[in-house]
Ligand binder design. Structure first.
Ligand SMILES: C[S@@+](CC[C@H](N)C(=O)[O-])C[C@H]1O[C@@H](n2cnc3c(N)ncnc32)[C@H](O)[C@@H]1O
Length: 377
């Protein structure tokens, strides 16, 4: 303030400069007088503004879920010996939610006939979760006698995109945004014939490689079975090559943005990057639609609640694929997931396209959006 006392302010007018003495002038310096809002606080303001309009009365309950501790599932490593760990997980009162969904389905033959239910019936995945309302945590995974980790901890809802993809043993699969690799691992456990896993971030790609080394035996990681690349997925060089493509796109990662300061997309230096997300997501989904062969399926998924990054991206990518590349795709009905997994996840009941798992205090998974598209020609 002392420095500004007696300072001279020069105003430029049409007829030339006029000197004004402002002896007691005090200019607030915003950058130093007020601490910058933290990234999670900025994220919460943004979400309150957008999601209260999007979800109406449901938003307060989703908001509490998002701000509370997330639940995890323990995806058993099929490549390792599972008996001892199964026993240990059961003694913690955890149970395999996929097995329970399968058992419940046999009692409703109507559900069994639809394709995601058929996938669940043939799926090789086993994922242990704690019951609804139980917020216990799993201990970190240990190495089995084979030297492989026994399970992978992940948001159990993130298995839905893998199940929706309905991978068959002979399928060639592309995982376009693969790191750190939870879904890649699940895709390999589903037994696909060939998996191309890609992520342009070198550090995240290294994490993906470490995950593969820790969970998949060397003989299953041969070049003829798995390929890891670090390219941008926006201008993908392969056309009509794959039977299945997973586009698990970068997004505002709503839960992370509300809980962690580090690597937060709401940092003011990353504003442009955040604003460009829908465009990046559209380009990635377009790449996925072009990379899959006619008759094949693409699953687009994110971990945000944002309609702009979910349904709008799907609509825009489908429109552009047809208009610019003659690639026609049709959205597939996944509504039966709500019926199959209603005991484990809380679904949004009003999703225009695809399905959305909402965080909820009693089942605190997600957000997880997924939409399945079939390329027609
Ligand atoms: C939601 S994460 C993927 C999580 C992963 N599928 C899993 O299950 O562990 C999104 C990923 O997209 C990657 N990504 C960012 N830009 C990309 C681009 N241009 N092409 C492909 N992937 C990109 C990020 O590096 C990040 O690892």
């Amino acid at each position: 303030m002392a420095a500004s006392m007696g300072a001279t302010l020069i105003l430029r007018r049409v007829r030339g400069p006029v000197r004004i003495f402002c002896r007691y002038r005090y200019k607030k310096k915003w950058a130093t007088s007020f601490a910058a809002a933290s990234c999670p606080r900025l994220a919460l303001q943004y979400f309150d503004m957008n999601y209260s309009a999007q979800f109406g009365d449901v938003w307060p309950s989703v908001r509490i879920g998002l701000l509370s501790e997330q639940k995890y599932g323990a995806l058993l490593n099929n490549f390792s010996s599972v008996e001892t760990v199964t026993h240990a997980l059961r003694s913690l009162k955890a149970s395999d939610f996929l097995h329970e969904a399968r058992a419940a389905m046999t009692g409703s033959p109507g559900v069994m006939a639809v394709s995601p239910a058929e996938t669940l019936r043939t799926s090789n995945l086993t994922c242990y979760t704690f019951p609804r309302g139980d917020i216990s945590r799993f201990p970190p995974a240990r190495s089995s006698a084979l030297g492989l980790l026994e399970y992978y901890l992940l948001d159990a809802a993130s298995l839905l995109p893998v199940l929706a993809l309905n991978v068959q043993p002979e399928n060639r699969v592309l995982d376009l945004c693969a790191a750190p690799g939870g879904k890649t691992l699940a895709l390999l456990m589903e037994g696909c014939g060939y998996l191309a896993a890609n992520d342009p971030s070198i550090s995240r790609c290294n994490r993906l490689r470490r995950v593969l080394q820790s969970y998949v035996p060397r003989e299953q990681r041969t070049d003829s079975r798995v390929r890891v690349t670090s390219w941008s997925g926006t201008d993908w060089p392969e056309d009509a090559v794959y039977d299945r493509v997973l586009v698990d796109a970068p997004c505002t990662t709503d839960r992370h943005s509300l809980q962690e300061e580090e690597n937060n997309i709401f940092h003011r230096m990353r504003r442009k990057e955040r604003q460009m997300l829908p465009l990046l997501q559209t380009q990635l989904l377009l790449s996925g639609l072009r990379a899959v062969a006619p008759g094949g399926d693409v699953v687009y998924s994110t971990c945000t609640l944002s309609t702009l990054q979910n349904e709008c991206v799907v609509e825009r990518a489908v429109g552009l694929a047809a208009a610019e590349y003659g690639v026609h795709a049709e959205v597939q009905d996944l509504r039966c997931l709500q019926e199959i997994f209603r005991k484990t996840f809380s679904f949004h009941l009003d999703c225009r396209l695809g399905e959305l798992v909402l965080p909820h205090l009693t089942a605190n998974y997600g957000p997880l959006y997924l939409c399945k598209l079939r390329r027609l020609r």
